[in-house]
Design a protein around this ligand. Sequence first.
Ligand code: HEC
Ligand code: HEC
Ligand code: HEC
Ligand code: HEC
Ligand code: HEC
Ligand code: HEC
Length: 463
Amino acid sequence: MDRKLPPLFFALSVMALAMILAVAWRSSHPGWKNYQAEYLRLEAVGEPNAAAKAAVLSTPETVQQILLPGLQRVDRCTTCHMGVEDPTMKSAQEPYTYHSGLQPHSPAKFGCTICHGGQGLATDKQGAHGDVEFWSEPLLPKEYIRASCGRCHKEGEVPGVPELTEGRQLFETRGCRGCHKLNGVGGSIGPDLTEEGAQRRNPRWLEQHFLKPASVSPNSAMPNFNFTREQARALSYYMLSLTNEQMGAYYASERLIPSPAYGKQLFVEKNCIACHSIDGVGAKNGVNLAGVTSRHSLSWLDEQLVNPSLVSPGTDMPIYDLDANSRKALVGFLATATADDARAILAGKPKGLSPEEAAIEAGHQDFIRFGCVGCHGTELQGGVPNPNSQSGQVPSLLHLSDDYTQPEVLHIVREGKMPPVANPKLPAPPLYMPQWKNMMSEEDINRIVQFLWSKQPKKTESW
Ligand code: HEC
Ligand code: HEC
Ligand code: HEC
Ligand code: HEC
Ligand code: HEC
Ligand code: HEC
């Protein structure tokens, strides 16, 4: 008896198996058409009658795509995420859900990937979410999405995202520029950070690196700043926002959101309190600005700030040349301003500094701004480990006058200094004193040395 299967039967069983596998694969990896069909089914549920339901269900399936020349991208995410602009889909599950809180960033103008990452052109889930090897921008985890706000809103405060402001502040005050360049300014011991957010380090890697650099980057020469978890998170946000990408003028138009906090800053800078009071605090007999936004319309106030004498002929109030966002910010501040704000502004008035003190303070600011604090510490205490240098660490600058004269220190700052090596057989010490003469003016260098001298023990003899 022939035990062999008939060839036709064999071929049929192989085909059947292949089909079963294909169906199983597809139901575990539904394509965009499946998502659109399901979305239409959900939409149809809400329709009042059979005809309307049928009309919805017969909508042809098409790839949705948003062209964004100003952002140099094309996003097809709405092919599956069809409900982002439909509030009735609020309680649907992903990918059908309504996207709350998006305005004024409408999908038609912003797409999705500028905030979320992912691969705009892909129409399969894995590809679109960037879970694929060749794509360097996977979706940002939920807790880091807001870092992207800083790609466009680069100055001032972004409402609801205090991390960006704090991260920027830490960057500018902790001396990161001593070792890192950002937009052309800074040292070269660590990598340039101008596009740190575009190369997409995993956000959790960044955060861990700030908590303890050597834990993710063995033998890192970057100091452990003992940041708190919140500070590490804030710095990670700031890093992720640094992409340096070219955008159309519209997208860059709101670098600075006209927030009340910015309005307060302008109110201080322009010294409005010199002629005004808020609830009795401020200029004696000054025009009271408390409640001014309920006395006047927004457009009236805007015109008052554009040209006071058109609105109030004969007024003493100067013309300030404020742009529209600045006026909006000022009015935003006035809407909430209280007597306490006025007190704080008056208390914060800079005390008069003598020219000498002012020069020392300017040197102090330069010491921070150029990143000296990154290696020598905010209190000049030194102590950052520097393996295989003779002292094993970056020196303190508190006793310079014991070893050097001022001209010698000026020379060190201009020319830099390699630390003496402890053991010539081991790798050279990673940290050295950079040469600053090409990075800052002679005036800045002088001011910094004046500042350093002001911190020396008083016995110092003059030179
Ligand atoms: C092929 C359909 C499809 C496409 C295209 C697609 N998504 Fe999704 N997305 C889903 C599904 C399904 C979910 C629900 C969670 C899951 O199954 O992983 C989801 C969930 C998400 C989530 C929630 C977080 C998460 O990972 O669960 C975000 C954010 C997201 N998508 C963003 C995007 C962006 C941005 C794009 C475009 C670059 C995009 N999606 C394109 C199907 C898609
Ligand atoms: C202006 C920035 C911005 C744009 C543009 C944007 N989103 Fe979002 N999206 C966010 C933020 C911020 C959140 C997180 C909200 C939260 O924390 O609850 C979010 C949340 C989501 C979620 C839920 C994530 C989760 O894990 O629960 C999905 C899905 C999503 N967005 C998809 C999209 C899609 C699709 C688009 C394009 C149509 C888009 N987003 C455009 C900022 C944006
Ligand atoms: C691609 C650049 C871009 C990104 C990313 C972006 N924005 Fe915006 N944002 C804009 C622009 C442009 C406007 C002005 C929109 C308009 O008025 O047409 C704006 C307006 C705003 C406003 C309103 C300001 C006003 O005039 O009152 C707020 C608030 C805001 N953005 C917050 C955010 C937050 C929060 C995020 C992150 C979730 C974010 N933005 C991400 C570009 C961006
Ligand atoms: C004393 C020099 C020094 C100072 C100061 C310093 N760094 Fe670093 N940093 C380094 C070195 C060296 C590396 C490369 C080794 C590593 O990954 O840790 C590095 C790496 C990094 C990286 C990872 C870059 C990448 O993707 O590979 C980031 C981000 C970073 N630093 C940010 C900062 C910030 C923010 C500050 C200020 C709070 C700072 N650094 C201060 C030396 C420094
Ligand atoms: C040199 C004095 C002076 C300065 C400085 C000044 N103002 Fe005024 N401002 C006035 C006077 C006077 C009026 C009353 C209008 C009039 O002359 O009738 C006025 C009126 C106003 C009003 C309308 C108040 C009302 O209830 O009608 C607003 C709003 C206002 N100023 C805001 C500002 C802001 C904001 C600044 C700072 C950017 C500022 N002013 C700086 C003198 C000044
Ligand atoms: C990348 C880390 C780094 C940065 C940034 C840095 N220094 Fe230094 N600096 C060092 C090291 C290391 C030495 C020790 C050299 C040696 O051992 O001879 C040093 C030495 C000095 C000395 C001589 C101290 C002594 O006791 O020999 C002065 C003064 C000094 N730095 C000032 C500055 C000033 C001012 C700045 C900012 C403009 C600055 N440093 C930025 C690493 C740094």
